[in-house]
Design a protein around this ligand. Structure first.
Ligand SMILES: Cc1ncc(C[n+]2csc(CCOP(=O)(O)OP(=O)(O)O)c2C)c(N)n1
Length: 352
């Protein structure tokens, strides 16, 4: 990523630059230090997943592996608005969300490598990242299958008189699944504090939304269930934070669910076994969308406001690369799960 630094004599002091270019209102409760943290979070996901692609090519990761590259403003923006006691549940494109929620890169990479130190003890793999310490309830492989589970979590929160929310991520293809409709109906009927987030990256595997969905304007699904629906640019971290922030308020205070559509784009293939471009989407389309890389957009914003020096950017990036390499080394050294572990974590342990 090029930061496009100006020559030193053209550089203005941070104060005068800010005076000439006042920050827009939509900075969404973030100060400079927090914006650096948000950039750090997105860069960690990017560098971590680049390592995943490398490990997959070397056969260190087996099974399916769906990368999140291009969608990081959604994970980082959403998680940065949540409290630690809120709940998150998601589909199979889950590595970035798990990192943004605070699960350690080591535990996630070890899970991807199928090793005993993985967060699901090496028995879940890429699609089933789970961590009870951060209320991260997976990682689910059946399209739309986890959406009713989110409604159940919302019910449990309300039943216990809590003020948490449950965020449920899924792709736009899931809005055509029956379970999605059943869950939204009940969440609205019973006023459950669930935030349903459609990550609309325009493709379900190799099928464009125009070929699968009669009404491409997916947010209208909210109306069918008397639910508030909001659709925003998922590449704009601040827009994500603002939108999710409003839904959290609604969930905590009014116990009302929200349906959010975040318009995004994935820069890699559907999974590691899929071509990046040239089959169901053109190289030109991909390149056009990569101009709106969420990391680049936040970096440009910070650069224009003199909030981040070249040195700081390199340091953040180097740290992210080092964390990804450390996760790889840790995973590689971790043992395979023992054969007897086949029988553990299958059924809940009885307390008696
Ligand atoms: C019920 C069900 N049908 C089909 C599949 C096969 N499948 C895996 S991913 C996928 C596409 C889903 O696309 P989307 O929900 O938009 O999420 P994205 O991959 O774009 O993140 C399909 C059809 C599945 N896993 N589950």
């Amino acid at each position: 990523m090029s930061a496009g630094a100006k020559p030193a004599k053209e550089r203005k002091s941070a104060e005068s630059a800010r005076a000439e270019k006042p920050l827009p209102e939509k900075i969404s409760g973030t100060d400079v230090a927090m914006r650096k943290e948000l950039l750090r979070s997105m860069l960690l996901q990017r560098r971590f997943e680049e390592k995943c692609a490398e490990a997959y090519a070397l056969g260190k990761i087996g099974g399916f592996c769906h990368l999140y590259i291009g969608q990081e403003a959604i994970s980082t923006g959403t998680m940065s608005m949540l409290r630690p006691d809120d709940y998150v549940i998601t589909a199979y494109r889950d590595h970035g969300q798990a990192l943004a929620r605070g699960i350690s890169p080591r535990a996630i990479m070890a899970e991807l490598f199928g090793r005993a130190d993985g967060c699901s003890h090496g028995k879940g793999g890429s699609m089933h990242i789970f961590d009870s310490a951060t209320n991260f309830l997976g990682g689910h492989g059946i399209v739309g299958g986890h959406v009713p589970v989110a409604a159940g979590v919302g019910f449990a929160i309300k039943y216990k008189d809590g003020d948490q929310v449950c965020v449920c991520f899924f792709g736009e293809a899931a809005v055509n699944i029956g379970a999605f409709h059943e869950a939204l109906n009940m969440a609205s009927l019973w006023n459950l504090p669930v935030i349903f987030i459609i990550e609309n990256n325009r493709y379900g595997m190799g099928t464009a939304i125009s070929r699968s969905t009669a009404n491409e304007d997916v947010i209208v699904r909210a109306k069918g269930y008397r639910m508030i629906g909001e659709s925003v640019d998922g590449q704009d971290l601040f827009a994500v934070r603002d939108c999710v922030g409003r839904a959290i308020e609604r969930g905590r205070k009014e116990k009302r669910p929200t349906l959010i559509e975040l318009r995004t784009y994935r820069f890699m293939g559907h999974s590691m076994s899929d071509a990046v471009a040239g089959t169901y989407r053109s190289r030109e389309e991909l390149e056009e969308n990569m101009k709106r890389d969420p990391i680049l957009l936040l970096h440009q914003f910070m650069h224009e406001h003199d909030e981040l020096s070249e040195g700081e950017l390199s340091k953040i990036d180097d740290d992210a690369k080092a964390a990804a390499q450390d996760a790889w080394d840790f995973a590689d050294a971790s043992p395979e799960p023992a054969p007897e572990e086949l029988w553990t974590d299958v059924l809940a342990e009885s307390e008696s």
